[in-house]
Design a protein around this ligand. Sequence first.
Ligand SMILES: [Zn+2]
Ligand SMILES: [Zn+2]
Length: 90
Amino acid sequence: MEIGPSGAPKCSRCHGEIAEGEDVLNEYGEWNHVQCLLAHAHAAAGMPTERPAILCVRCLVGIVSLDELDMTASGPTHIHCRPIPTTAPS
Ligand SMILES: [Zn+2]
Ligand SMILES: [Zn+2]
């Protein structure tokens, strides 16, 4: 993992420091901006040999839009694939 001068982790794709509050994903120990992963997913869309950068952990289909992305404890999912909590919060 790359660390910037201020001690913040760096995005492995754009090498920019990850600021507090930015949407990030930890992938194999490397931090990435979600935006950077999505940009990569879009770039890869025309290339069938490359898989999308973010795969839904539930249906294993690529997530290509922030509108579809939801983070859960087990990883990224589509919003519509997100597990429904079995116990309602009180
Ligand atoms: Zn980035
Ligand atoms: Zn899904």
